[in-house]
Design a protein around this ligand. Structure first.
Ligand SMILES: Cc1cc2nc3c(=O)[nH]c(=O)nc-3n(C[C@H](O)[C@H](O)[C@H](O)COP(=O)(O)O)c2cc1C
Length: 154
């Protein structure tokens, strides 16, 4: 069965909550889904049918959450080729932080792109100033994403 790995970067659990809410949406269309709370480079699924979804919030001044620092450091230091990686990205942030809005999600997107990974569709940015429960934005986005990117396998 093709796999979706959902790699989570969170400080307060909002991004994990999003991962848990969207998990059944992928299961319904034929994927085996794993939520990974302490991601490492080894968790990137690079088989042709499989996918990686990142759910990553921002802390500090545009910084990665603590549980995601290891992943971003490995990516920078080991600089693997990710040309077989297809991914989606949900970034959580708060526009009241101004220029660093969704800074971690944006930085991750750039890092992945720099290593040859292919993002499917646009990045979703969820603004805590506008959306109280991040799932309210994430669930319909994932539904559309699966449809638009023709990701159904069952
Ligand atoms: C100390 C702190 C720093 C933050 N810094 C930023 C920031 O630089 N940019 C941003 O977009 N959001 C920032 N946020 C907002 C969080 O990213 C946002 O509330 C998010 O929904 C938290 O998700 P989480 O529950 O997964 O950690 C910050 C929040 C806190 C508490």
């Amino acid at each position: 069965m093709p796999k979706v790995n959902i790699l989570v970067g969170t400080m307060y659990g909002g991004a994990l909550d999003v991962a848990e809410q969207v998990k059944p949406q992928f299961e319904e269309v034929g994927y085996d889904v794993e939520i990974i709370e302490q991601p490492t480079l080894n968790d990137l699924t690079q088989s042709a049918e499989s996918l990686t979804l990142f759910c990553v919030s921002t802390t500090g001044s545009g910084d990665f959450p603590g549980n995601f620092v290891n992943f971003s450091r490995q990516l920078t230091e080991q600089s693997p080729s990710l040309t077989a990686l297809r991914y989606g990205l949900i970034a959580l942030g708060d526009s009241s932080y101004g220029e660093t809005f969704c800074g971690a999600g944006r930085a991750l997107d750039t890092l992945l792109e720099d290593h040859g990974a292919v993002r499917l569709g646009e990045r979703l940015e969820i603004d805590a100033m506008e959306t109280f429960m991040a799932d309210d934005a994430a669930v319909p986005w994932v539904e559309e994403w699966i449809e638009a990117q023709k990701l159904k396998v069952a």
